[in-house]
Write a protein that binds this ligand. Structure first.
Ligand code: NAD
Length: 228
């Protein structure tokens, strides 16, 4: 069975109503990433950072997987499918994808500030606030890779990309490193499809194909083509 690897970014969830970061209507137009999404911000302004992630977690629970998330499940009829996502929402899982690697963390989890193995799931719309503690008595924090923190799952992601026969890169500006480099680890004969209404500036190659459409149009069309 051929293996398809999906590498997704926030553009995939945009049509579910979850804003991206860098688009004209993205989160960074209204919020300053230095105040909310850095390790320094978490240490110096914990409450503000917790509030930002509460807002994003609640938005996630009010949102639903879209046609693009759902079409990935169709691929499992004919391919072995693995998903690597930069998204911190859980829409891949709620669409039914089982094999999902979150390289930038998950909104539906929080963890201890002093023991990163102490992770708690939040399976509903719920705030986690300053003063909410782990079982060892330390403050809980979002289970999110903040700017300035390492990306421990990147090695696993690279190994998965190396095994792809087909790579589908969807809804990412490819501006966040090291994630953006993942597409360079494919086998020589791997076909790469990049779906994005605004194609990111990356090297052109014979086996890289650009689909300038929104996720909900471009991905179901590609899935149809690959299945037939
Ligand atoms: P980004 O904001 O840098 O880029 C979004 C990309 O999506 C752009 O290239 C844009 O052209 C494209 N896009 C916009 N609408 C689209 C659509 N309808 N269909 C397909 N593509 C569309 O986001 P990124 O590249 O994912 O940046 C990575 C960071 O963003 C990650 O750290 C991730 O954690 C974070 N993020 C995640 C979420 C989420 O979980 N849903 C939301 C916002 C940000």
């Amino acid at each position: 069975m051929k293996r398809i690897v999906i590498f997704s970014g926030s553009g995939l969830s945009k049509e579910s109503g979850i804003p991206t970061f860098r688009d004209f209507d993205g989160l960074w137009q209204d919020y300053d990433p230095r105040e909310l999404a850095t390790i320094n911000a978490l240490k110096t302004n914990t409450e503000k950072v917790m509030d930002f992630y509460n807002m994003r977690r609640n938005k996630m629970w009010e949102s639903f997987p879209n046609a693009a998330h759902q079409s990935i499940i169709e691929l499992e009829k004919k391919f072995e499918v693995k998903v690597i996502t930069q998204n911190v929402d859980n829409l891949h899982e709620r669409a039914g994808s089982e094999n999902v690697l979150h390289i930038h963390g998950e909104l539906s989890k929080v963890r201890s500030m002093i023991d990163e193995e102490l992770i708690y799931s939040i399976e509903e719309k719920k705030d986690v606030n300053l003063g909410d503690l782990c079982s060892k008595g330390s403050q809980l924090r979002p289970h999110i890779v903040l700017f300035g923190e390492p990306v421990p799952k990147i090695k696993e992601a690279i190994e998965i990309v190396k095994t792809a026969d087909i790579l589908i890169v969807i809804g990412t500006s490819l501006q966040v490193y090291p994630a953006a480099e993942l597409i360079e680890y494919t086998k020589e004969d791997c076909e790469t499809y990049i779906i994005n209404p605004e194609i990111p500036s990356i090297k052109k190659k014979d086996n890289r194909f650009f689909i300038t459409e929104k996720a909900c149009i471009g991905l179901p069309k590609l899935v149809h083509k690959l299945l037939n």
